[in-house]
Design a protein around this ligand. Structure first.
Ligand code: MN
Length: 289
């Protein structure tokens, strides 16, 4: 077991806690990026992320409170509401914008790395208005991705993985099965929990290496937990800005094509967004070693 601290950052004016990538850990299964925002009052400022590109990943947005308007270069315009998931598969290239449409916001936004055979696929978008739920021992469990507890999430995945949101309104205790072939990550989103005897509060990510067969959860009050899992990724992919690739040359190619709207980004634009798109900054020396 390993405890990782998330670091503070800012996305489109919204303060966030970034738990992945982390100095101590690059991925949990195919989950390579994890931002947690809120629960927070936006005080009239709001989140406004101008059109920007992605490659080689799927963005996964899980909304707990508030409303977010998503627009992308496929022509999608989708309002995301509490209890819903947006999954945007970038494949060889997509662009999107995100704007809050509410006074309060609570959100987890993740990236799923695509395996080699899928990373240049055609871009796609999925909106999931409802997800499988189970009530167990006082916990309300929403299955976000994968198969668990006899339920299967409708959200597309490319490699064996798990995502679940577990919340309770008061003191609760349960023991749930885990797949020992998976590594797991647990992020407290609200309240304080005990996970297999370890205390966990918001801002912390607890990493469980493969081999765990169960999860022992206890809370003394209201709490919410995000559970991620998957088979360990053999070679962590290279992440830079909004791109996932394998080499620096490849990332530079993606950045050039986006900035000049050529190649896979020829004609890629987000209609309906009032404002300029974000351009990729110069690519620094980077490597995934
Ligand atoms: Mn994005």
């Amino acid at each position: 077991m390993e405890r990782l601290e998330s670091h503070s950052s800012d996305v489109g004016g919204l303060p966030i806690r970034r738990a992945l990538p982390n100095r101590g850990r690059r991925s949990i299964g195919a989950w390579v990026f994890l931002d947690h925002a809120g629960p927070a009052d936006l005080n009239g400022r709001g989140m406004n992320v101008a059109p920007h590109p992605h490659t080689g990943l799927a963005t996964f947005s899980w909304l707990i409170e508030g409303e977010i308007l998503h627009r992308d270069s496929l022509g999608t315009e989708q309002l995301l509401r509490p209890g819903q998931v947006n999954l945007m598969t970038a494949g060889r290239g997509i662009a999107h914008s995100e704007e809050s449409r509410s006074e309060r916001l609570h959100l987890a936004q993740l990236w799923i790395a695509l395996p080699d055979e899928a990373r240049f696929c055609a871009p796609a978008f999925e909106h999931h208005p409802t997800l499988p739920r189970r009530a167990i021992d006082g916990f309300d469990i929403v299955l976000l991705a994968g198969e668990w507890l006899g339920r299967t999430s409708p959200v597309s995945t490319w490699t064996p993985m798990l995502g679940a949101d577990l919340s309770c309104e008061g003191a609760a205790r349960t023991v749930l099965p885990l797949r020992p072939l998976f590594e797991h990550g647990l992020m407290a989103l609200e309240g304080e929990l005990r996970v297999n005897g370890e205390t966990l509060v918001p801002g912390e990510l607890l990493y469980l290496e493969p081999g765990y067969e169960s999860l022992d959860l206890r809370t003394r009050g209201p709490a919410r937990l995000l559970l991620l899992g998957g088979t360990p990724w053999p070679h962590p992919p290279l992440l830079w800005w909004n791109f996932v690739g394998r080499t620096r040359e490849e990332i530079e190619h993606f950045a050039t094509e986006w900035n000049t709207l050529s190649g896979d980004f020829a004609g890629v634009q987000v209609s309906g967004y009032a404002g300029e798109r974000l351009l990729a900054p110069p690519v620094p020396p980077i490597s995934n070693r």
